[in-house]
Design a protein around this ligand. Sequence first.
Ligand code: GDP
Ligand code: MG
Length: 162
Amino acid sequence: PLPVLAVVGRPNVGKSTLVNRIIGRREAVVEDVPGVTRDRISYEAEWNTKRFMVQDTGGWEPTAKGLQQSITRQAEHAMRTADAILVVVDATVGSTTTDEAVARILRRSKAPVILVANKVDNAKLDSDVAELWNLGLGEPFPISATHGRGTADLLDTVIGIL
Ligand code: GDP
Ligand code: MG
């Protein structure tokens, strides 16, 4: 079986946009309305001849508490099953309490975790990224999933740990 890269994080941070970029096509559902992705969907991907599965997560819950629970459950599932985990946050928003809850779980992960700071569309936004060190997941990796900024470097790093 191919190694599995799980992509987790709260709604609307750009997980599905990043997954589309990783798989090189538009299949993961990107929506301005948060939470349209079904619970977990896997796609086959390849980077520099390395093949792997990338797993998008999503789901929708009617309440903030339910939402936080379902996202933390996804993180726990990823920790049990994935070979590497991308935890995506929105650098233009900064860390939220949900991001902190997810980070608290993923700090115990045996599988390697990469903190992805998304929506860093231009160099002006680079300074927003340093704050994300406070999540305790190491160095934030700045990217723009829509523009492709930083995503090649990210994938180089990912296949190095898969
Ligand atoms: P998900 O809920 O985490 O899967 O997020 P989506 O991939 O559905 O994206 C949510 C919204 O954020 C959409 O409107 C995307 O176009 C937007 N988005 C995703 N990545 C970026 C990015 O790198 N920069 C900007 N400015 N917007 C982004
Ligand atoms: Mg999604």
